[in-house]
Write a protein that binds this ligand. Structure first.
Ligand code: SF4
Length: 308
């Protein structure tokens, strides 16, 4: 079995940067140059000097890194690592909802494939969704693919947020049920609860903090508690434990099998052989960058690729 150090050495010898999502296996996170959430990692990749990027995450994340880094080569260590929630939203479904709700803007969650993002008016992350939707000059907003995040945005903005499609959900977050949480609370009565907005409403309402994975890590550092129950994919426990905190899963079944497909061996293999090159049609990539630019501008955030 290959070690973390060997993978690090291999990456250095190839002049590559390794990016790992917060839900990756602990050893893959430890081999990475940067660990974080999907958009944050793609922006990190833009700032890195390396021309070769290994993205340890699911398909839409690797695709996004390629879109934001057109002059660099992005390798995906396992091209079968695909997000089932992103697959629930196709361009046809977007077009169907646009016809049903003429004039309503379509906001795509970053967890979508490029061909869907290219059709969106705006793209948001779980940390920017509430802010962006509240700034839209529209009372009805189409939002996909996660109906739980759509519900959270509706709660927080008071707008009609139509989930596109009506059944879109992350299969990992929905296994965190009230009864699982009750058990975790009984076992760890002193722990604070951190929840991701992809969780069911019953879970979010119990939480001491609701936010994206990076915001959850920051909250764990800042809230001052020693123990946390974590209502998201179990990979985030590793990041919180690295802060010197105790972290417990809200459900031990909240495991994303697609994220876990990527192993150290697969990272090493793609580095050695240059396999898993991510390609996005240039027209689609250009359109996605335009949608992202518009989204950053609406939120008053500097467009990362325009920084001097
Ligand atoms: S945790 Fe959910 S949203 Fe994230 S990659 Fe896995 S299935 Fe997709």
């Amino acid at each position: 079995m290959i070690s973390i150090e060997e993978v690090r050495r291999l990456a250095r010898s190839k002049g590559a940067v390794i990016l790992a999502h917060n839900y990756q296996r602990p050893e893959v996170q430890d081999a990475a140059d940067y660990v974080g959430d999907s958009l944050g990692l793609s922006i990190r990749a833009m700032e890195a000097e390396a021309e070769l990027i290994v993205f340890a995450g699911v398909d839409f994340m690797a695709e996004q890194a390629a879109i934001l880094n057109p002059g660099k080569v992005v390798l995906h260590p396992d091209t079968q690592s695909r997000c089932p929630m992103a697959a629930m939203l196709t361009p046809e479904v977007v077009r169907e909802y646009r016809e049903r709700y003429p004039g309503a803007p379509f906001v795509a969650y970053v967890n979508t494939l490029a061909e869907v993002k290219a059709l969106a008016d705006y793209v948001v992350t779980s940390s920017s969704a509430v802010k962006l939707v509240s700034q839209l000059d529209a009372d009805t907003v189409l939002f996909g693919p996660d109906k739980n995040l759509a519900d959270y945005v509706a709660e927080r903005t008071g707008k009609e947020v139509v989930p596109v499609p009506s059944y879109g959900h992350c299969p990992v977050h929905v296994v965190i049920t009230p009864s699982c949480l009750e058990r975790a609370r009984e076992e760890h009565p002193q722990a604070k609860l951190l929840a991701h907005p992809e969780c069911l409403r019953e879970i979010r309402r119990e939480a001491d903090f609701v936010g994206s994975t990076s915001q959850m890590v920051r909250a764990a550092a800042e809230m001052g508690a020693d123990e946390y129950i974590v209502a998201t994919e179990v990979g985030l426990l590793h990041r919180i434990e690295k802060l010197g905190k105790r972290a417990y899963p809200a459900s031990p079944y909240a495991v994303c099998v697609d994220m876990k497909r990527i192993t150290l061996e697969k990272v090493a293999k793609c580095l050695r052989e240059g396999t898993g090159v991510v390609r996005v049609e240039p027209k689609v990539a250009r359109r996605v960058r335009e949608v992202l630019e518009r989204s950053f501008e609406l939120m008053g955030v500097e467009v990362p690729w325009r920084r001097s």
